[in-house]
Ligand binder design. Structure first.
Ligand SMILES: Nc1ncnc2c1ncn2[C@@H]1O[C@H](COP(=O)(O)OP(=O)(O)OP(=O)(O)O)[C@@H](O)[C@H]1O
Length: 264
């Protein structure tokens, strides 16, 4: 395979298997996956099927036992510094204010203080945290902490954003609001985003493609394209018959995997 063939995708998994030492079965098995540049891809599947493992491989925090992971046409051989990773927990630094947490990646990259302050101010506005910039993480709600972690990830224009159920523990209304906010942000930035979720609605609202994983050891069962044009409005989308149709297709696939998981 030539580098230019590999280069047409932002992220590419070729027959990737990952064994954790001492584990009786692989975490993922023979996963092949392509994420096109500027695509928003959601990954869904039963608990334990290896969704987080896929993100960890893309981030260069884990390495395949067999197969290859490529990012931007090159094998991932160390921490992928082009990737911003939003994990399930907000993982904010408790001793730093909202401003300092949001600006952390810019500081590490040596961005001047003037530019840093300007960009932090912009992102505080974008994620709706004006008035809270000098607060510490413990003084924020779960939804606000998520907003900080999203701003912290997007502020330096990463080539790819990896998100592991970032809205998991939030209440339904906060979640819906953040989903629409993320849609708007992504449509503005238009980078590459890989998003793990258990929520079928969320996958359809947000993504261009939904990757359905089989039960563990996970492999890719199907990739479903989401045909809705952008910009998207969740309220309008959810009322459309096409949404219901896609949801049913996805649910049938997902349910088959859950039934298999129950039977295992
Ligand atoms: N550090 C580890 N050592 C051994 N096994 C692990 C480790 N991390 C994950 N696993 C196993 O690998 C498999 C995949 O885990 P992973 O966390 O990727 O699944 P997941 O689909 O993200 O799960 P969930 O939806 O519950 O978050 C599971 O069987 C898990 O027990």
């Amino acid at each position: 395979m030539t580098t230019s063939e590999l280069g047409s995708d932002a992220l590419r998994f070729d027959s990737v298997t990952l064994d954790f030492p001492g584990s009786p079965r692989p975490a993922i098995e023979d996963v092949s996956l392509r994420v096109g540049r500027r695509k928003f891809v959601a990954v869904i599947g039963p608990s334990g099927c290896g969704k987080s493992t896929i993100l960890n491989l893309a981030a260069g925090l884990l390495f395949p036992t067999r197969g290859e992971v490529h990012f931007d046409g090159a094998p991932v051989t160390g921490v992928n510094s082009a990737a911003a990773y939003v994990t399930q927990q907000a993982n904010l630094l408790p001793w730093l204010s909202v401003r300092a947490n949001i600006g952390l990646a810019l500081k590490f990259r040596g961005t001047s203080k003037g530019e840093r302050d300007e960009r932090i101010d912009h992102w505080i506005e974008v994620v709706g945290l004006r008035g809270f910039e000098d607060h510490y993480p413990r003084e924020l709600s779960g939804g606000m902490q998520k907003r900080v972690s999203i701003a912290r990830a997007l502020i330096y224009d990463p080539s790819i954003v990896l998100m592991d159920e970032p809205f998991g523990p939030l209440d339904a209304i906060t979640r819906l609001k953040l989903q629409q906010d993320l849609l708007n942000l992504w449509e503005e930035q238009n980078g590459t985003l890989v998003f793990v979720t258990h929520d079928l609605n969320e996958a359809i609202y947000l993504a261009d493609e939904v990757v359905v994983m089989s039960k563990g050891p996970g492999t890719v069962r199907r990739v479903l394209p989401v045909p809705f044009s952008r910009p998207r409005d969740i309220g309008t989308l959810i009322e459309s018959p096409e949404f219901a149709e896609l949801y049913n297709d996805l649910w049938s696939l997902f349910k088959a995997e859950l039934d298999l998981s129950d039977a295992a």
